[in-house]
Design a protein around this ligand. Structure first.
Ligand code: SF4
Ligand code: SF4
Length: 424
């Protein structure tokens, strides 16, 4: 069926039939998983609208930015400092990789036992499915896990790719490496945009990204109330949208949603009946439209009240220090803030264990669901340590490994229900 955006899709060289197929899957998932929820907040209308236009208005905005000479920079990891991108007047978009479509194409050039996230981003490119990837002037990869690191070499045959080196430990020499990498990235962004990153521009960019993190922190504080006023699915969606929506508009809209939530919390109104089990997710990121596990959990009678994940608190917990005024001071502040990220790619990674236990206690959860994508070695290995740390804190944990397919839905549902029976 023709759509009002077909001309734009053709210009971006998308495969129209495959793209239409993706939109249909996305629309159906969204209807089943999101729009069917009862007692939805008014403030979610904006998020519903953004998602309905994810392959529409937002792409038009990106094309308009390009027409003004601004560059579009795509990223796959929360390690990429978007403040530097924004300070060069470019647009930063987090590229989602949460759908199975395109994986067949990816499996032709990647080992089958590669995590679903990597297969998804390679598959989206090969199958010409993603208008965000096709809009990018540069895609920034990173050397986090081995799978990603090697996949960017392959991805680089199809798109302009730049790879940042991420240290694997947190010693003084690793900080030096990371600082040098930030400097190299700044130079690359300046080269591609033809703009110089000044202290004034960087200061504004730091404030802008901090404001978006701060509103998400406020959202997390509000949803921590007992009973929780918003579903975990909705908060996940808000986090997912934060990666590609306009940051100023997004921050304002989520602020309005928080005002609505504040009133609900004051009135003691929850989204689910009192006594509903409270769970927390921990582990690999869940990119759009990977809503499988949260939907299974919440349709089994529990509520998710926190995500210890890169599409969750790992991305919003730390702000950049806004006090430095010199460019050098601001770069150091960025180095320090990003160096706090506790991805399982680091060794040792005790901070993550501490954060998980603290979060579980603060959120008063009845249990934690550790989520690993199949074939993700860093998170699968670390799940054992997370389980031990939670056990010592007397918080039950269920460890789940899955991918984007729907084949294991029944089996996962049975495991989630058994876990809920055990903890409640
Ligand atoms: S889990 Fe690690 S590799 Fe993945 S987005 Fe987060 S920081 Fe990056
Ligand atoms: S989920 Fe795991 S294997 Fe996949 S890209 Fe992230 S760290 Fe790598």
């Amino acid at each position: 069926m023709p759509t009002p955006y077909d001309d734009m899709w053709e210009k971006l060289n998308l495969d129209l039939t495959a793209h239409e197929g993706l939109l249909q899957v996305l629309g159906k998932f969204y209807g089943d998983i999101y729009l069917s929820q009862e007692g939805r907040l008014q403030g979610m209308e904006y998020l519903d609208f953004v998602l309905s236009e994810v392959h529409g208005l937002r792409i038009k905005e990106l094309q308009a930015a390009k027409a003004q000479g601004r560059k579009i920079i795509g990223t796959f990891c929360v390690f990429v400092p978007e403040e530097l991108v924004i300070a060069a007047d470019a647009v930063c978009v987090g590229l989602c990789a949460g759908a199975e479509i395109g994986s067949d194409a990816a499996e032709k050039i990647l080992p089958r036992n590669t995590c679903a996230l990597i297969k998804s981003f390679v598959g989206f490119k090969l199958a010409r499915l993603c208008p965000y990837i096709e809009s990018c002037d540069l895609v920034v990869g990173e050397t986090t896990c081995d799978g990603k690191k090697k996949a960017y070499e392959i991805f680089g045959d199809y798109a302009p790719v730049y790879v940042m080196e991420i240290p694997q430990m947190k010693q003084a020499c690793d900080r030096d490496l990371w600082k040098a990498e930030l400097g190299r990235f700044k130079a690359k962004i300046e080269e591609i945009t033809g703009k110089t990153i000044t202290a004034a521009k960087l200061k504004d960019a730091i404030k802008l990204v901090n404001a978006r993190r701060a509103v998400l922190q406020r959202l997390n504080r509000l949803r921590a109330a007992v009973p929780t006023p918003i579903s975990g699915r909705d908060v996940l969606l808000i986090n997912q949208i934060s990666f590609y929506d306009d940051p100023v508009r997004f921050t304002a809209k989520v602020g309005e949603l928080c005002d609505e939530l504040e009133a609900k919390v004051k009135a003691g109104q929850g989204i689910a009946p009192a006594g509903t089990p409270r769970l927390m997710l921990s582990g690999c990121p869940m990119a759009v439209p990977n809503w499988k596990l949260p939907f299974l959990i919440e349709s089994s009678g529990a509520m998710i009240v926190g995500e210890e994940s890169c599409i969750g608190t790992r991305n919003t917990r730390d702000l950049v220090d806004e006090t430095p005024d010199t460019l050098e001071g601001m770069l150091d502040a960025l180095v320090d803030r990003y160096f706090k990220i506790d991805c399982a790619c680091f060794t040792p990674n005790v901070e993550r264990l501490d954060h998980i236990v603290d979060m579980a206690k603060d959120l008063k959860v009845d249990g934690v669901v550790h989520y690993g994508l199949s074939f993700c070695t860093p998170y699968a290995m670390e799940a054992l340590k997370v389980g031990k740390a939670l056990d010592a804190a007397k918080v039950p944990m269920l460890s789940i490994e899955t991918d984007y397919s729907m084949e294991d839905v029944e089996q996962l549902k049975t495991r989630v229900e058994a876990f809920l029976e055990m903890i409640h």
